[in-house]
Design a protein around this ligand. Structure first.
Ligand code: ADP
Length: 522
């Protein structure tokens, strides 16, 4: 495969003038037959990186994708371009299945899309073992890694199966979300060397990030969508019940909205999804079951009604906005209680203790995102360990907040010395109780009312103190271990604050929001 031919296909079949950043580099590695990993943002144009080689290279390309809806959409659009492509999954009738398998065995297709489970079928394996396979692509490759936020064991087991084929084809892995751990895991599992990783970074400057705190969520939501009536947007809610009640509320208020969650029958889900994709309704209210593989380019906003599980999930869901490159808003509505549901879900999960600890650590980073004063996309890039070549983004909540910063060094010293006197053995809740001077029985039990810091902040509410502690964690004055019940620990920065070597500044709005939160009816 020559790049010049790839360019021609790009223009003749797909009608695009030039490759986007990363596409050419990936295609060049693929043309050399190397195992390759591509990390590009959602909407970055990953699909073309396997579609073009699929068309150009001899043999059939196998595209493994966890999503049935994506397969169908892509195959439909490839058909309109005259490409010989198909998909094989559980939605087919037996006639369709037999016919496609027959054509597959004859080498008719340039590309076939399959779900990971297909590799469990001996008939499928025998068929592809006799076939000339051009390459195998792993779409959403982070699902391979148990460090990824969407690990699928069936994805992982394909690797062994492929290694048993008579002729082992080269692999192409593609993902939009990958932390360094996940990248290394994918490289190891698929034998991809460092020179064959193309990482365009995932910063998307058309996405404007906002965290909204201390406001009534429902009022904010209704107000926002009233002001953006003509625009398409997704509202993510954490539970099916909440999806249904928000949806009902929006309909009642006269908005055109669809809804989606895994508890709905498949035909209902498909119908709701289509109404949104075809612009019959502007709004989609959904759980995180919605969206993977959905190619809707004009989503102008993604609102999270509650805290997502971790930054990976958040960035992926928020990233469904603005795939067309136009300015779009990613808004997270946060209230302190949000984390309880996520902790509960981790606790209920079947993960082992080590994995649970990891999930808690990730959740904590997500909570810190809501408390930080830093530029929000910079925080996200830091989280992913990506070098940040950008200055502050200039449009997120924190960059646009003009409010004055207030010196909270004194308050910080009270909290930090309280943590020290509690021997760094307790979490934010109990620390706040001590500072408040609460009569909670745990305080008596551990004799914390004997400490000199007991009641030191009694004029504040417990909630205000807790929020302030979270702020100190987000800003790195305190750290928390990875445990179900995070224990507060002092950092070097804390030592500097206690010695009056460093001051702690907090935005005025931040303080007001904490105060307002107390009157939040939720
Ligand atoms: P991803 O899978 O990375 O999320 P897609 O492959 O779905 O992204 O591409 C997103 C959109 O960008 C699609 O509409 C696609 O047709 C378009 N696109 C891809 N490559 C190019 C290009 N080189 N020039 C213009 N548009 C492109």
């Amino acid at each position: 495969m020559r790049l010049i031919d790839a360019q021609k296909i790009l223009q003749d079949y797909f009608g695009y003038a030039d490759f986007r950043s990363g596409q050419k580099e990936l295609l060049s590695l693929i043309s050399e037959g190397k195992n390759t990993l591509g990390i590009m943002p959602t909407g970055g144009g990953k699909s073309l990186c396997y579609q073009i080689p699929g068309i150009l290279l001899d043999g059939t390309a196998i595209i493994i994708s966890p999503l049935i809806s994506l397969m169908k959409d892509q195959v439909d659009s490839l058909h309109t371009l005259g490409v010989k492509a198909t998909y094989i999954n559980s939605s087919l009738t037996s006639e369709e299945y037999n016919e496609r398998m027959r054509l597959l065995s004859e080498g008719y297709y340039d590309l076939i899309y399959v779900a990971p489970e297909r590799f469990d079928s001996p008939f499928f394996l025998t068929t592809i073992n006799k076939l000339q396979i051009s390459f195998i692509a792993f779409d959403e490759a982070h699902c391979i890694s148990q460090w990824g936020h969407d690990f699928r064991p069936s994805y992982r087991s394909i690797i062994d199966t492929i290694n048993q084929l008579t002729q082992i084809p080269f692999r192409l892995a593609l993902t939009a979300t990958a932390t360094q751990e996940v990248i290394e895991d994918i490289q190891r599992l698929l034998s991809i060397d460092d020179q064959s990783v193309v990482n365009t970074g995932f910063y998307r400057d058309n996405l404007h990030f906002h965290v909204v705190k201390g406001q009534n969520k429902q009022d904010f939501l209704i107000n926002y969508i009233s002001q953006h009536r003509q625009e398409s947007g997704i509202i993510y809610a954490p539970t099916r019940k909440l999806v249904e009640s928000i949806h009902a509320k929006l309909i009642k208020e006269g908005f055109r909205a669809a809804y989606y969650h895994a508890g709905l029958a498949e035909d209902v889900r498909r119908n709701e999804q289509n109404r949104f994709i075809n612009d019959q309704v502007e709004i989609m209210v959904a759980t995180n079951a919605f969206g993977m593989g959905i190619d809707k380019s004009n989503v102008r906003y993604v609102i999270h009604y509650s805290l997502p599980m971790n930054i990976e999930a958040y960035y992926q869901e928020a990233g469904r906005a603005g795939r067309d490159g136009e300015v779009s808003n990613c808004i997270l509505l946060f209230s302190g209680q949000d984390s309880h549901l996520q902790s509960f879900l981790i606790e209920q999960s079947e993960l082992d203790e080590e994995m649970k600890a990891l999930e808690y650590k990730k959740l904590r980073a997500m909570i810190n995102y809501c408390h930080t004063d830093k530029c929000l996309p910079c925080y996200i890039l830091d989280y992913f360990g990506e070098k940040n070549p950008y200055h502050d983004c200039g449009h997120c909540t924190n960059c646009t907040d003009q409010s004055e910063k207030v010196d909270r060094t004194r308050d910080a010293q009270m909290v930090l010395s309280c943590v020290m006197r509690m021997e760094q053995r307790f979490g934010a809740t109990l620390t706040a109780k001590v500072l408040k001077g609460s009569k909670d029985k745990k305080i008596k039990q551990f004799e914390l009312d004997q400490l000199s810091t007991y009641g030191l902040m009694k004029e504040r509410t417990e909630k205000q103190i807790t929020e302030f502690i979270h702020f100190l964690v987000a800003e790195g004055y305190l750290s928390t271990g990875s445990d179900r019940f995070p224990i507060l620990q002092l950092t070097q920065k804390a030592a500097d604050v206690l010695k009056n070597k460093e001051q702690v500044w907090m935005r005025q709005t931040e303080i007001q929001q904490v105060a307002e939160t107390d009157f939040d009816p939720e």
